[in-house]
Unconditional design. Structure first.
Lengths: 476, 208
């Protein structure tokens, strides 16, 4: 295997004009992006309801559809399968088309698949609120919509595979590896979960082993790589600098691919499963640190921002959240720390950091970069972009910080047998209020982006050239 | 990485490796775990849940009870599970073999429920008390009023009627789902100690 020199997206002689590639995929990508933003809002509202219920248990309790356990599963599903999947598809397909140097093929399949995927997620979220949640974290969609999701995923993913296999540029780049890995890993993992948890359920706590393996892969090999694909493609493009120590990128990718899937067992520490399952998970969480270090080294230029690009600011926050999440996952995998944070809000903080930080922020950056190039129009309001950056960044800090603080308080309380649950509940309440403020800000940020996209798509907003964008990003 | 087939083989292999070892490996180790027959008691453990309790597990799942309650007692020294009276021994895989959808849970916003039935019996929490807690909520637990219905009193008030105020001439009674959920919760009992659940500490203490 040979690795490419660290200059992504060198137009090969035969490659088409990136503008033509972008425009050709306009409607398919806009369908995915717009659906994703609708789900971001739906997920945000559900997450807000759930977050309020954490400190005010009576909130909407009279309604069976919004009972506590269901709002959590529904919010998670809307955010992961609604927002993250749609937005991740859009970003991955876009960059695979560009790096392949040829217009995307199979866009009809993307549109049909996208429609059915969103139908599946809609049925899934309604099903969860109606009581059909599976009770497996990150795999909460009811069993009856999972086959539909798999088929729709295959239809959308086909365009990505075609862009990879039909690429005009011979050598490949880290962004492509991550994007293709994400498109490939999800159906692999999801079909196994479907077979072993729902079609022919395995016995007893084997279900928990399958569920943590699959759930971990949803984060590590699907959402994580989608965000990294965006960052590896856009950071050098926006900064105009080559990636630092690019030779290491292949190692970082390989370690994530081969070690990441093993780390899920750490959630079962102390549980009724063979002890080697959590032990392997803990050891692999530590080994995986290598991957996060490589990512931090490769993408370090994201923190210097010579062009003042807002897209790059989102990327910087996102890369920081991704690497921080990896460090925290490894730290809390250790038994001493796990004893404190297991079964607390801290775990929820980690999941939120992964979904709304490590995944969402780089993808926001990518959306701000790619959408004007796809539509050929500028963003409606530069102020809204800055407001979104502030809301998303501050919201994430409040949400994750609030949940983490609550988790530590709760862990200390749980580890003292004399502390009653009522006392723990009172002591974590202020932290949970902070987390609710964070969710609210996140939701607001998503609305800013949705409004801005609507402004951009207005027919009368004209066709101002992308190069005139005030945020002064380099032309495509 | 010019070589596409090699790339896809690596992708496939990476997942297959972890799946083979972690999932199939543990499946081989304890996927076929069976009940334990105790000659002294003349019975096999764990017992299968009675029909109503098995249906209650479905209610427990559909309400997402596992988002606040775990069902796993950890060993002494790892958390305060046993000091809190949640169980006299750690949970083992055999405890769960008859559960259609295992509800280990990930968060303890409320107490662990592994042994709820046994604990309730000791504390004198009967079905009526449990209904009241579900109806009105308790501490950090939300109320579940939709598991109950207000019904016109015909003749004598129902035995199951909750001692709460309702419209005149009406009474609040549990639905079938509430009855199933209560039956499930009160059936939760890990009283029998399997050989594999004996704490290792006892062997060392015996030597002393």
């Amino acid at each position: 295997m040979t690795f490419a020199p660290p200059i992504p997206d060198v137009p090969a002689p035969a490659a088409s004009d990136p503008r033509a590639i972008d425009r050709s995929a306009r409607w398919a990508l806009l369908l995915l992006l717009a659906s994703g933003l609708v789900w971001l809002a739906v997920g945000g509202v559900l997450a807000l309801v759930h977050s309020i219920q954490l400190h005010t248990p009576g909130f909407l309790a009279a309604s069976e559809w919004f009972t506590f356990g269901r709002t959590q599963a529904a919010a998670e599903t809307a955010l992961v399968y609604g927002w993250a999947a749609n937005a991740g598809f859009a970003v991955a397909l876009w960059l695979l088309g560009r790096l392949g140097g040829t217009p995307l093929r199979g866009l009809g399949l993307v549109k049909i698949g996208g429609a059915f995927w969103n139908l599946g997620v809609t049925l899934g979220v309604i099903g969860i609120l109606g009581g059909d949640l599976t009770s497996f974290s990150l795999l909460q969609t009811p069993a009856y919509v999972q086959p539909l999701l798999l088929v729709a995923f295959a239809a959308i993913g086909t365009a990505g595979v075609l862009a990879w296999s039909g690429r005009r540029v011979g050598r490949t780049f880290a962004a492509q590896w991550y994007a293709v890995a994400a498109l490939f890993a999800f159906p692999w993992v999801y079909s196994v979960a479907q077979a072993m948890l729902f079609a022919l359920p395995v016995r007893g706590t084997m279900q928990a082993v399958v569920a943590v393996w699959a759930g971990q892969n949803v984060l590590s090999l699907w959402l994580g790589p989608l965000a990294l694909a965006a960052a590896y493609y856009l950071v050098p493009k926006i900064t105009g600098r080559t990636l630092a120590a690019y030779d290491l990128a292949a190692w970082g990718f390989g370690v994530l691919l081969f070690i990441g899937p093993w780390t899920g067992g750490r959630h079962l520490v102390g549980g009724p499963v063979p002890a080697w399952v959590p032990t392997v998970g803990i050891a692999c969480s530590l080994l995986l640190l290598f991957h996060f270090i490589v990512v931090a080294i490769n993408l370090r230029d994201v923190f210097g921002n010579p062009t003042g690009s807002t897209a790059l600011r989102f990327m910087a926050l996102g890369v920081a959240a991704y690497v921080l999440g990896g460090l925290i996952d490894a730290g809390t995998a250790l038994r001493g720390a796990a004893k404190l944070v297991q079964f607390t809000y801290f775990a929820e903080a980690q999941t939120m950091l992964a979904i709304l930080g490590g995944f969402t922020l780089p993808v926001f950056g990518a959306i701000y970069f790619l959408t004007p190039r796809v539509t050929g129009k500028t963003w409606g309001s530069d102020g809204l972009i800055k407001l979104h950056l502030g809301a998303a960044g501050l919201g994430l800090v409040l949400l994750v910080g609030g949940l983490a603080g609550a988790g530590l308080k709760q862990g200390l309380g749980l580890n003292d047998a004399g502390t009653a649950f009522a006392v723990i509940f009172d002591s974590v309440r202020p932290w949970l209020l902070v987390a609710t403020a964070g969710v609210g800000l996140q939701l607001l940020g998503g609305v800013f982006l949705a409004v801005n996209l609507a402004l951009q798509l207005q027919p009368e907003s004209g066709g101002a050239a992308v190069a005139n964008q005030p945020s002064a990003e380099p032309a495509p | 990485m010019k070589n596409s087939p090699l790339f896809f083989i690596a992708l496939f292999g990476a997942l297959a490796l972890s799946f083979g070892a972690l999932v199939l490996g543990s499946l081989r180790q304890f996927g076929q775990l069976d009940a334990y027959f105790d000659a002294g008691e003349g019975a096999a453990f764990p017992a299968r849940a009675p029909g109503l309790a098995a249906r209650g597990l479905l209610v427990y799942r559909d309400l997402g009870c596992a988002s606040c309650h775990t069902q796993q007692v950890r060993r002494p020294g790892f958390g305060t599970d046993q000091e809190r009276g949640w169980g006299d021994r750690q949970s083992v895989a055999r405890d769960y073999i008859y559960q259609s959808r295992v509800q280990l849970g990930q968060t303890r916003i409320g107490p662990d429920l592994t042994n709820f039935g046994e604990r309730a019996a000791k504390a004198g929490t009967d079905q009526g008390r449990l209904f009241l807690n579900l109806y009105a909520g308790q501490g950090g637990m939300p109320p579940y009023p939709f598991l109950f219905e207000a019904r016109r009193i015909v003749g004598q008030p129902a035995k199951q009627a909750l001692p709460v105020n309702s419209r005149p001439g009406y009474e609040v009674v549990p639905t079938r789902r509430a009855e199933a959920l209560a039956a499930y919760l009160l059936s939760l009992n890990a009283g029998f100690t399997y050989p594999e659940a004996q704490p290792l500490e006892s062997a060392t203490e015996a030597k002393k």
